[in-house]
Ligand binder design. Structure first.
Ligand SMILES: NC(=O)c1ccc[n+]([C@@H]2O[C@H](COP(=O)([O-])OP(=O)(O)OC[C@H]3O[C@@H](n4cnc5c(N)ncnc54)[C@H](O)[C@@H]3O)[C@@H](O)[C@H]2O)c1
Length: 463
């Protein structure tokens, strides 16, 4: 059996590496248009940072796992083709700011139709609006080579930062499709290492909609607890105590109840907005408003954090040095897409703060590019003043101590474990006084830091 995967990103790379590792008899070819990404997959510096990923790739690469830009060849040779390309929020035309941009999906479908012969199974791995498979099927049916196709939906539920664990031992694998033979062929692949009772099969549309719904529910939990964190700060209730108290209720459960500066990542916001757009399309105004509030609350939480920094630093951060610890959207990933750090930094820059940023896995180029994009208008244009602001007020360093040296404040924006174990006496001595700490992830020991002399502000904790 030969598998091809179009799209060598955060989903295509790790999922295919896992299939190749667990199924040595299947040949897996991952293709992408981006040459430098493919070069990185073929090197020791993978383009995706994920604990345990390198070991999985190293085991299978060169044996039954190949990365290349030979899209046509990989499609032509494959029995099963996964589509794992990006489906970002559309930022132009109809549905801008809400709908998913399906341009890349459609291009893949057209390419598959053009190159294929015989019978192939096409698997939607990307997260798609419900009923996209209908469009994919129509495009595939225009194949001029007489090829025939079965289309399956197999959304990916891995979380970045724990992708390898999630792929190795998923809560469930979801396969939606009409053809029982095609569903069985894909279930047999996962069945090599996933228990059969964890492989759920549904119709195509339930599968597509379940992925959007799962992300909407997860993000909703974060926004719900973050909403309560604002109330805690006003009332001396403690958000961690509230989380523990409600999370021990088995009907609620403990996961995703950690208050923070706000959720990020490439998926939650885009998938909820996509759901909102779908509801609007079907005339379900109240349903659209209900889900949109999850995103509105998240924006509020990020804005509120930056405002609290300004307010408590005597209403001005202009020309003050603020150490930013962490820029990735969560720990154990180098992914910065929609990271809360971007928006907090943008708001602080607009107040003319001087930012010294440190993240253990994110490069200076990525940080600068994210900030320039955040300061740009909808058409992607950035003013000369804002460009100069980034140039003059943003420094990226390789060490948390360096970032804090001589700073007026530290803002913890990603929950990297290393931030828990630093020498805070040493840090305090090198900072301006009063030395402020803003813990956007509630990972620091407040008592210890207060005793040293820091003024510490955390999410959902009153001062
Ligand atoms: N990142 C996650 O945690 C996650 C989890 C579950 C599902 N998803 C979904 O999976 C999909 C992919 O997400 P991602 O984070 O891997 O995106 P990504 O941007 O990291 O990767 C997508 C890749 O597809 C490539 N590509 C685009 N069009 C192509 C084409 N026509 N031919 C060949 N390559 C092409 C791009 O160059 C890019 O490298 C999205 O729909 C996303 O919503 C993501």
């Amino acid at each position: 059996m030969k598998i091809c995967c179009i799209g060598a990103g955060y989903v295509g790379g790790p999922t295919m590496a896992m299939i190749a590792k667990q199924c040595p008899e299947i040949s897996v070819h991952v293709v992408d248009l981006n040459q430098s990404r493919i070069d990185a997959w073929n090197s020791d510096e993978l383009p995706v940072y994920e604990p345990g990923l390198y070991e999985v790739v190293r085991e299978a690469r060169g044996r039954n796992l190949t990365f290349s830009t030979n899209v046509d060849q990989a499609i032509a040779e494959a029995d099963m083709i996964f589509i794992a390309v990006n489906t970002p929020t559309k930022h132009f035309g109809m549905g801008a700011g809400r709908a998913a941009n399906l341009e890349f999906i459609e291009k893949c479908a057209r390419q598959i139709a053009k190159v294929s012969e015989g019978h192939k199974i096409v698997v939607e791995k990307s997260t798609l609006p419900v009923r996209t498979a209908e469009a994919v099927k129509r495009i595939l049916s225009s194949s001029s080579n007489g090829a025939t196709f079965d289309v399956l939906s197999n959304p990916e539920f891995l979380a970045e930062g724990t992708a390898i664990e999630d792929l190795l031992d998923p809560d469930r694998v979801l396969i939606g499709g009409e053809s029982q033979a095609a569903v069985k062929a894909l279930a047999d692949v996962y069945g090599q290492w996933v228990a059969r009772e964890k492989i759920l099969t549904t119709n195509l549309w339930s599968s597509e909609l379940s992925k959007l719904t799962a992300n909407a529910f997860l993000a909703q939990r974060v926004s719900s607890i973050n909403a309560i964190s604002a109330l805690c700060e006003e009332t001396e209730a403690d958000i961690d105590e509230v989380s523990r108290a409600i999370g021990t209720d088995s009907r609620i459960g403990p996961k995703f109840l950690k208050a923070s500066v706000g959720f990020g990542g490439s998926c939650f916001q885009k998938d909820i907005l996509n759901l909102v757009y779908l509801c609007e399309h079907f005339g379900l105004r109240e349903v659209a408003d209900y889900w949109e509030q999850v995103v509105i609350m998240n924006d509020y939480q990020k804005r509120r954090f930056a405002e609290r920094i300004c307010r408590t630093m005597f209403n001005t951060v202009s020309d003050k040095k603020i150490a930013i610890w962490g820029f990735a959207f969560k720990k154990d990933t180098n992914d910065t897409r929609e990271s809360a750090a971007i928006y907090v930094c943008r708001d602080l820059l607009r107040e003319r703060a001087r930012l010294v940023i440190y993240d253990p896995k994110v490069s200076k180029e990525t940080i600068v590019s994210e900030l320039l994009t955040a300061l740009s208008d909808l058409s992607g244009t950035i003013s000369e003043t804002d460009r100069e602001l980034v140039q003059s007020n943003v420094t990226v360093v390789n060490d948390a101590y360096d970032a804090a040296n001589n700073a007026h404040a530290i803002a913890v924006l990603t929950e990297w474990d290393e931030f828990r174990e630093l020498d805070y006496e040493r840090i305090y001595d090198t900072m301006q006084k009063p030395a402020f700490v803003y813990d956007g992830r509630n990972i620091l020991d407040r008592q210890k830091l207060t005793k040293i002399g820091f003024e510490i502000f955390a999410i959902g904790k009153s001062n």
